[in-house]
Write a protein that binds this ligand. Structure first.
Ligand code: ADP
Ligand code: MG
Length: 237
């Protein structure tokens, strides 16, 4: 479903180029739920934004459902993104002037889906994320956890090939965090949606099927992790 090949990325600050991702490669299968784990500044959001086609990498290729999104021009990419990619943000990014149901329907408005079908799909998804009674409220009338449920429903409405979530529980208390992660795990099981979840919390990452760890822009392999876990001193070894 997702193939990341030899991705390198640098940001320009003034006249200097700062490398933030160094030769990253990995694959994710259809229906998998994986974590991208790393501390603050390790390059998680940059990697996620590249995979979601929101930025172009300095080097490398990213294939989603066998299409190289790095090579795609802006017009084709924006159509592709709407069809294949869902995104969940840390700060929900709901539109405050629209109701919950209208927020969930919004991606389908851009695809010219009829109002009655949009409504039906949005209400079904609000049921799935456990807030069927909130459809006619506005985002400001909801708790953070409820707003994130709305944002999850919105990301699913186009039935995307893959959903990227950037620290989806970063603004939530630990009880609400567990609820949101449980919803994502349930959606992955029942709808077979592929999820890539960025987090800096081990406890969150460990609930996913696989973990990719980033450190200072490098992907840490399982072998490296195992080697680091071993005692360093010869005698102890
Ligand atoms: P994370 O999400 O893991 O906290 P980021 O991907 O946001 O990490 O950032 C990785 C590195 O890239 C950091 O050193 C950050 O300061 C830098 N960075 C991120 N975005 C930009 C940008 N737009 N311009 C310059 N540097 C950036
Ligand atoms: Mg980040």
């Amino acid at each position: 479903m997702l193939r990341v090949e030899n991705i390198k990325h640098s940001f320009k600050t003034g006249n200097e180029w700062t490398p933030v991702l160094h030769d990253i490669s990995f694959n994710v299968k259809q229906g998998e739920m994986v974590a991208l784990l790393g501390s603050s500044g390790s390059g998680k959001s940059t990697m996620l934004n590249l995979m979601a086609g929101l930025m172009k990498p300095t080097e490398g290729h990213i294939f989603i459902a066998d299409h190289d999104i790095v090579k795609m021009g802006e017009n084709k990419l924006s159509v592709f993104r709407r069809k294949h990619i869902g995104f969940i943000f840390q700060a929900y990014e709901l539109i405050t002037s629209l109701t919950v149901r209208e927020n969930v329907e919004l991606p389908l408005v851009f695809q010219s889906v009829s109002p009655s079908i949009r409504k039906q799909k949005a209400l079904a998804l609000l049921e799935q994320v456990g807030i069927p009674d909130k459809a006619d409220l506005f985002p400001s009338q909801l708790s953070g956890g409820q707003q994130q449920r709305v944002s999850i429903a919105r990301s699913l409405i186009t039935e995307p090939s893959v959903i990227f979530a950037d620290e989806p529980t970063g603004n939530l208390d630990s009880k609400t965090e567990d609820e949101i992660i449980d919803i994502l795990l349930k959606l992955n099981r029942t709808m077979n949606t592929t999820f890539i979840v960025v987090t800096h919390e081990h406890e969150v990452a460990e609930q996913m099927q696989r973990i990719f760890s980033l450190r200072d822009g490098y992907l840490i392999t399982e072998e490296q992790k195992a080697a680091e876990a071993e005692p360093q001193e010869e005698e102890t070894q």
